[in-house]
Design a protein around this ligand. Sequence first.
Ligand code: ATP
Ligand code: MG
Length: 370
Amino acid sequence: MDQTDGSTKLRVLLVEDDEHDRIAFRRAFQRSQLECEVTECIRAEEALERFRADTSSFDIVVIDHKLPGMSGFELCKTLLAQELQLPLVILTGKGSERLAVDALKAGVYDYIVKDPSESYLDLLPVVLSQAVRRHADRIARKRAEEKLLTYHNRLRSLASALSLAEEQERRRIATEVHEHIGQNLAFTKIKLGKVRELASSDSFRNAVDEAIEVIERTIEETRSLVFQVSSPILYELGLVAAVESLTKQTQERHGIPIDFEDDDKSKPLSDDVSVLLFQAVRELLANVVRHAQAKTAEVSVAKKNNEIIVEVKDDGIGFEPAEIGPAMGQDMRFGLFSIRERLESLGGGIKISSRPGHGTRVTLSAPLSP
Ligand SMILES: Nc1ncnc2c1ncn2[C@@H]1O[C@H](COP(=O)(O)OP(=O)(O)OP(=O)(O)O)[C@@H](O)[C@H]1O
Ligand SMILES: [Mg+2]
């Protein structure tokens, strides 16, 4: 509606060839005392010409179906194809309900039946101003939804980029620890072995033995730390081997028997998908350890159609999956939510089947490389 002078004037384009009906239309607005500016066109072609020049001068278009030349319905279809952001209302004669339904299906906002008693004229002002208001609401909602969708997609990309950046940083730290600390320790151990050979007394030999023992333990701990920070197996042997090794480590460290199964089919994966699935399994196994109180768990990797399916299952206490989401405040829970966002951004998905008292099964899927 035109609000430039503070009033809310309804600007209507009326496409109507019947002069009597045009006059009746204008009178209906005069009677209603609703501020309205009616611009009239007699033919559909004339209306099209107007819209070619300017699309912003009207709030609503009211079109009689029966027009000379192009019909009212044809005009509606042409305007809708041009994605004109205006509500269109079609005026039909009695008995044209079929046409009205077709028009609504095509995207026309509403239809009004011109009854011979002309009582439709009394309703016109209210119906048209309501249509304009509702149409504006609908467009505003659509824009807000589009904006939300854009933010959501950006959030997904951000989550994905963050997790890849985290993995790169983990890998860099793991490589540094392995190459500098790990290798220096190994070198020191060899040198101490040589010193031991030259030892002239038992007490000196014992002291060197103790030092070698400490160094061996530190080498072991360093290796385990490297694996925890970033599994080198993921980059050297691929996802399946890395997940198997992760399963074994979790079992050893936390004492939960975890079965591992692979269908032995070839599963080519992009680096991004590989890294993401590995992180997801690490997250899911952490959940089993932290929340499930499980006696046993199972991890399986399989190929199904053009997807890789990774499943993590436990026989623990289960939970209500509907409650997952990015909990805010003090109780931050991002694990499952962020797996979903990251996987969906790469064309994959997550399915959680769980019920309190009935264990948990989480199924991850992601596309295989062509
Ligand atoms: N295997 C499981 N068994 C039982 N409950 C689970 C299991 N996995 C998840 N849950 C429940 O679902 C909730 C959400 O899990 P999610 O991984 O999203 O967050 P979190 O583990 O609590 O925190 P974060 O992963 O962010 O450190 C958990 O707090 C827990 O209550
Ligand atoms: Mg978690």
